[in-house]
Write a protein that binds this ligand. Sequence first.
Ligand code: ADP
Ligand code: MG
Length: 682
Amino acid sequence: MPTAFAKKESLAAIDKKFASLGLLEDFDFVLHLPLRYEDETAVHRIGSLYPGQMAQVEGIVRKSEVQIRGRRQLVATIEDESGQLSLRWLHFYPSQIKAVEEGRLIRVRGEVRGGSFWGFEMVHPKVSRAGAPLSDRLTPVYPATEGLNQPQIRKAVNAALARVRLDDTLPEAIQKKYHLAPFADSIRLLHNPPKDADTQSLIEKTHPAWERVKFDELLAQQLAMSVARATRQNKKAYAMKGKGSGLVTRLLAQVGFALTPAQEKVSREILTDMKRSYPMQRLLQGDVGSGKTVVAAIAAAHAIDQGFQVAIMAPTEILAEQHYRKLSAWFEPLGIATGWLAGSLTPKKKQQAAALVADGVTQLVVGTQALIQQHVTFAKLGLMVVDEQHRFGVGQRLSLARKGEQETIAPHQLSMSATPIPRTLAMTFFADLDVSVIDALPPGRTPVVTKLFADSRRSELLAHVHDVILQGRQVYWVCPLVEESEALQLQTATDTFDRLQQELSGLRIGLLHGRLPTQEKTAVMTAFHRHELDLLVATTVIEVGVDVPNASLMIIEHAERFGLAQLHQLRGRVGRGQNESLCVLLYMAPLSSVATARLKAMYETQDGFEIARRDLEQRGPGEFLGLRQSGMALLRFADIDEDAPIAEQARDTAQDLQSVYPEAAAAHLQRWARQRADLLRM
Ligand code: ADP
Ligand code: MG
């Protein structure tokens, strides 16, 4: 009995893992296509290897030793008749030492790294038995998540493939017109490519099977867009055309700085939208620190001045609280009633706050997703501002869209984001979303100097930290990212905290991580704001929007583990005041070529748009999954730059389908876009 129960439970656990990848129904699995393929059909000759190659070789171990010099590592050399290859492990178990004992004949697989004096090497290669049978098909590698391995995913995908019917949604005429491969064949080939398939075109996604999938995806996108557009244009919103009492002007006098021309321009665009009788759907983009908050405040003042309520929502309580602090300091002196609504309030306080919102007493309410929960109603909601909108989970974004829909008169919506969407993407895929860009930073900023430090220079760095703090400045110390495990991440954070407390004794050090109870989080953040702490050890919870101008030094440990966009967001936490600011990227040698390129980009530019461009350029497709989960990448398979010609065909086809084959259009949308239509409206 106990075992049966355990098994059942573990199945449920696996289902949960699949669900976290968005895999619920058979068709989700069918469309869970490989990120790439591994070619395990051949053994390469060591003499033919090149840097960057994913390769599999067999050879005899000539040398193997655990080196203690510097960092403990296991180093081995294998040899075949064409050459030698070094292998290296920085973390290893006794069993791994045994697996590479001298004289053994082994098979290894991994990325070839080049350039060292000794020739090529593999770091952390996978070791297996030499002479084991080779696969006769390319091995698909699927997007995965912690606790799900490739064989489990492969099994689930193949089971789903066996169950579903893969009818073609496209009429034959359309398939002919664009020379499209049949859908069913394409899908089956992508999951199980035959040995003789053109590997290169599969990897580059130029294979006809990929072209078909991309066409279908882009078509679904276009269909969903036109549905969304029609829906929005039929909605009514309050046209805020009244004269008002000059609240915007009073607000501007209150904030204590003059708007930059860029801020003025986007504010005008927003106010123009709000005067229309259908809902605004505008995205305000501006690099980290470009001053989006005051623009949101202007929009809020305009709405409040005409008798409407405004809600401002942020993805984390830390960020929402900062907004609340800033906005209430601006608005309360002007006689505007502000409110705070977040999950951490006691039920009673939450109820009170919600009641004031429902009665229309609160004019401006700031909070987290607590704002869009079922029981929260507004007396007269005119404007909804969503900060860092891409950070909200899909579910939250859906309930936000639905909230707007329940009202007969929808609120205007302003989303804000520091993550730039490439222009082409914005034009083709956010056609229903107007975009305003703040393209210049407020004056008086001293650019942040970025430095790369090898971890071996840590003591030098600690001395500098000391100096900076003695000068009355504050410091962020960002803990290494441990993507594979939240528990490990937490452990790392507390370890870093303990270690720094010893190394920097006498300084006031705080610790902030995602697992702290909200109230503690707030307490730590408040203490840092008030300069009751000198140094804040933090995980990436501070990545979004934290604003403490006196902090002028940021240290990012194991910077090589972070993505470019993330590093940029983190760095944006400093350089907010008048002080010369420094961002130190601490890295652990040796760096992979990808990590080197990433850190170099950080060093070379501070421009968020340029960084985003390089980020897209550098990311392997595998990393896109993170984006997809955050809802940013609306496309899973097509690339909006490279596949622009397909996108155009899809746009024409969408029109054709809707006018000539409406059932096909509906079926196609159904297949691809169970939730897409909703997502597009956010
Ligand atoms: P973000 O766009 O990242 O949300 P914020 O709105 O937090 O940026 O603004 C960053 C900092 O710049 C804040 O301290 C804000 O008060 C300040 N700021 C914004 N606009 C101006 C301006 N026009 N002149 C001077 N400082 C400004
Ligand atoms: Mg912000």
